[in-house]
Ligand binder design. Structure first.
Ligand SMILES: CC(C)(COP(=O)(O)OP(=O)(O)OC[C@H]1O[C@@H](n2cnc3c(N)ncnc32)[C@H](O)[C@@H]1OP(=O)(O)O)[C@@H](O)C(=O)NCCC(=O)NCCS
Length: 186
């Protein structure tokens, strides 16, 4: 999912006090999402077509954070076909101008709070060992949901990436009670 704690490639964005709206993505958001991810050095780039599919076919398990009409945060996720009770979080990305304001946590909360997520009791993702921001984010999510976080080796550097990418650990948060989800939206 992510390579580390590298800084955003862009640097020019201004802070704003305008409210942030959390909502399902629309297909028209796909290219802006692609631009946000492309500007974030820490994240794997995807094709814009991939982001278009996420914003359309997978909209119910993805979310955007919008401020002043601009996409400042993004979460892509899906429910693995054989695990209906799980939200797998693929990427979380918050623009530099919106970090440190709970946007990433609220993106996760926004997806979990939807009626379509009523069966979800676990959040999963994969994280490289050295990605401190991700460990902190998902550790915080587990604490807020008042449940445990477990990790296990998953995609290995030697076997799955032929040495080109650090190993990804599978992280599982849960089970959590639905009532706790509201705490992530605060
Ligand atoms: C990681 C990222 C998504 C965090 O977004 P954010 O909106 O600033 O995160 P939040 O404000 O929701 O923070 C959630 C928790 O993570 C912690 N955290 C977030 N970024 C952190 C960082 N860089 N270093 C240490 N802790 C961090 C916060 O302190 C908070 O913990 P708390 O609830 O115990 O106070 C954002 O920095 C980003 O997009 N980074 C580049 C892409 C990336 O690495 N994505 C992978 C994340 S899965």
């Amino acid at each position: 999912m992510i390579y580390g704690n590298a800084a955003l490639k862009d640097t020019g964005s201004q802070q704003s006090d305008a409210p942030i709206l959390f909502r399902r993505p629309r297909s028209e958001d796909g290219h802006s999402v692609w631009e946000l991810i492309s500007a974030t050095a820490a994240l794997d780039d995807n094709s814009s077509y991939c982001n278009l599919l996420q914003c359309s076919h997978f909209a119910s398990t993805c979310a955007v954070a919008e401020r002043d009409g601009a996409i400042v945060g993004w979460l892509s996720g899906y429910v693995p076909p054989d695990r209906e009770d799980t939200l797998f979080v693929w990427q979380v990305c918050v623009g530099s101008q919106a970090r440190g304001q709970g946007v990433a946590s609220r993106l996760i909360g926004a997806v979990l709070a939807r009626p379509s997520s009523s069966r979800i009791r676990y959040v999963e993702c994969t994280i490289t060992q050295q990605n401190t921001a991700s460990w902190r984010l998902f550790g915080s999510v587990a604490r807020t949901l008042r449940t445990q976080l477990s990790k296990a080796e998953y995609f290995r550097k030697d076997i799955h990436f032929k040495g080109t990418h650090d190993s990804e650990l599978a992280v599982t948060i849960g089970p959590f009670r639905r009532e706790q989800v509201a705490a992530l939206k605060a």
